[in-house]
Write a protein that binds this ligand. Sequence first.
Ligand SMILES: [Zn+2]
Length: 193
Amino acid sequence: MKVLIDNGHGENTKGKCSPDGRLKEWAYSREIADMVVYGLRKKGIDAERIVKEDTDVPLSERCKRANEIYRETGKKAILVSIHCNAAGSGESWMNARGWSVFVSNNASTNSKKLAESFAKIAGEKGVNIRKPMPGQLYWEQNLAMCRDTNCPSVLTENFFQDNKDDVEYLLSTEGKQTVAKIHIEGIIKYLGL
Ligand SMILES: [Zn+2]
């Protein structure tokens, strides 16, 4: 099984940072992506970032890369797209906070299973999980990265980059390690290892 890690946005993407500019989503998601790939490889799991560039690679190209690898591996790949959430335009601090995981509206059973594995690990770590309704651990949305990829795929929104407390947590060593571990352990749980 090959784990494909997608990191959102690029250094040339407008906005997508904390109001004080300390957290930039493109850089943060790449840092976490590297931690996740490193952590998975240490456990003997084949993992790879599909966007090695620092620039913003279009969604269609990222989906194409994922679908090519899925085909080449004989349908033995899963995909996780790493992001930080935002409630506003990035101009000012907002109140919304917490961690959440998404699948597309056309999600397969395995995509939902992958999302549930992530949320369960997040729950075990005492993380504040945002749910669409009580008992529902993941959100369903029209997301290109999940909709247009053929493999099981989820997108994580790792706390809010425009919530002051969330940003402090995201930038802390503890926060980074927890976010990375949710991905590493969530994938291991999904794979049944
Ligand atoms: Zn994003």
